[in-house]
Design a protein around this ligand. Structure first.
Ligand code: NAD
Length: 475
């Protein structure tokens, strides 16, 4: 019997889409067949095709944003910015390709002309997460296609409708159907795709749990490119901040934007012991005003639900476990309807929890940690195996210099939220947050490999050292 994947709307629990699970063999074979012709196209042709894709997405902006909002539960205003990011990715990737993968010619030794050019890997698998179901996989797919690869994209099983529409928009823009394929399925199909001998690499955005498992799976195939963008347990330190109202707004945005479902959300708030009340007063004022609601509600909510009931239950369990271990509740994690995954923004003081788990709580739960001095704040910021984003709010340039130098992360901000990274810069983390293949502006680097050629129009060869005197060969 054909297995069917159903997508449900988190805000209502209603089924909004269904489709049979895809076949890995069929999708990889289609991409393999299409790859040579696509790779052979001049860069200008691929660039034009992707510009048409940007225009096609723009033309469907309203309905695409509506679908993303319904399928993820994120507010419509946020889904609209996600579609804008999909459009903007095209120009950013074109610029990045020309800067990071451009052709260069220069003089080599002995009058040789040296050419540096880049080649695509072949067929790349892309595995996407649910939190930005269009923008994040698109951040791999666009640079991969531009570089001449074919792509098999498996969207998250929680947001397959968005993934399928994204691929349809590439086709509608005239990109050949074989060049970008959509594989519908879950982790099982993700594993099978990753193990398929017909792929030349895998570009993954998702949890550290799945990323580590893929890294193991790739241990015996070093010839395949593997780019892992994973989670974070990100710190935000508020230190010597003059304007506490502004600091509180930055903390709230860092912790609760997207209902805490961004890899770059702040999870741990580090403050000087004894100063927390000054920050908490304005922070709680904001938190108590945050509207949690349906993505299309008016007035617009700040946060929608989390992705599904299972995610809500896992967050509730992790929150309850921290409370059981001695955390002080400052704002409780509340679920207004046990049948739906709407969660309120929660704040816990976990300073007295002895064995705090270094886990990414992917939802609206902020943990406060009080420390005696700035050295302790730095140590606490690095008290994680992850290293995605971090922020210092307050202090002067010298304090930020210390923070920047000491903290182990790929995004380190000053007086700015941990999230909302500039889209025309690289994005990636260290530690368990990635495998040193940052995405966004640097995605060009993992989508093509450099080929160096020393070239001369005439054949000129001579060996001048290490040969015996010439002898006359007899016979
Ligand atoms: P996930 O790891 O559960 O799933 C991601 C994708 O991988 C899905 O398509 C899923 O089907 C597939 N998958 C899951 N397990 C797999 C396995 N063992 N083998 C092969 N494929 C597998 O992640 P998610 O819950 O969809 O997304 C949330 C996570 O993504 C969070 O941890 C978040 O921090 C992270 N994330 C990271 C970034 C970044 O840029 N660093 C951005 C967004 C989200």
């Amino acid at each position: 019997m054909t297995e069917i994947l159903v997508s449900t709307e988190p805000a209502t629990g209603a089924a909004i889409w269904e489709s049979p699970i895809g076949d890995v063999e069929t999708e990889v074979a289609a991409a393999r067949a299409a790859f040579p012709a696509w790779a052979a196209e001049p860069l200008a042709v691929r660039t034009e095709a992707l510009r048409r894709f940007a225009n096609t997405v723009r033309a469907h902006q309203a309905e695409f944003a509506d679908l993303i909002a319904r399928e993820t539960g994120k507010p419509l205003w946020e889904a609209t910015t996600e579609v804008e990011a999909v459009v903007n990715k095209v120009d950013i990737s074109i610029n990045a390709y020309s800067e990071r993968s451009a052709q260069h010619r220069f003089e080599g030794a002995m009058g040789a002309k040296v050419a540096l050019r880049h080649k695509p890997h072949g067929v790349l698998a892309v595995l996407g997460p649910y939190n930005f179901p269009a923008h994040l996989p698109n951040g791999h797919i666009v640079p991969a296609l531009l570089a001449g690869n074919a792509v098999v994209f498996k969207p998250s099983e929680k947001t397959p409708a968005t993934g399928q529409i994204l691929v349809k928009l590439f086709h509608e823009a005239g990109i050949p159907e074989g060049v970008v394929r959509c594989l519908i399925g879950g982790a099982e199909q993700g594993k099978a795709l990753a193990a398929h001998p017909g792929i030349d690499g895998l570009l993954f955005t998702g949890s550290a749990r799945a990323g580590v498992s893929l890294h193991k799976q790739f241990a015996e195939t070093p010839q395949k490119i593997l780019a892992l963008e994973m989670g974070g347990n990100n710190p935000i330190a508020v230190w010597d901040a003059g304007d506490m109202e502004a600091a509180a707004a930055i903390v709230a945005q860092s912790a609760f934007l997207s209902a805490g479902q961004r890899c770059s959300n702040a999870r741990r708030l580090i403050v000087k012991d004894g100063t927390e009340e000054k920050l908490l007063k304005p922070l709680l004022k904001i938190v108590d005003r945050i509207i949690v609601g349906d993505p299309h509600a008016k007035p617009a909510p700040f946060m929608g639900p989390v992705i599904d009931n299972q995610a809500a239950e896992q967050l509730q369990a992790a929150y309850a476990s921290l409370v059981a271990k001695g955390a002080t509740v400052i704002r409780a994690l509340e679920r207004r309807d046990p049948a739906l995954p709407f969660l309120s923004p929660a704040i816990l003081d976990v300073t007295d929890v002895a064995d705090r788990p270094d886990e990414e709580l992917f939802g609206p739960v902020l943990q406060i940690i009080r420390v005696p001095d700035f050295d302790a704040a730095l140590a606490e910021a690095n008290n994680t195996a992850y290293g995605l984003s971090a922020a210092l709010i307050g202090g002067g340039p010298e304090l930020f210099e210390r923070f920047w130098t000491f903290v182990h992360a790929g995004v380190i901000n000053w007086n700015k939220p941990t999230n909302g990274a500039p889209s025309n810069a690289p994005f990636g983390g260290v530690g368990l947050s990635g495998n040193h293949r940052p995405s966004a502006y640097y995605a060009a680097d993992y989508c093509a490999y450099p080929v160096v050629s020393s070239e001369a129009e005439q054949i000129r060869g001579a060996i001048t050292t290490g040969l015996r005197d010439p002898v006359t060969l007899e016979g």
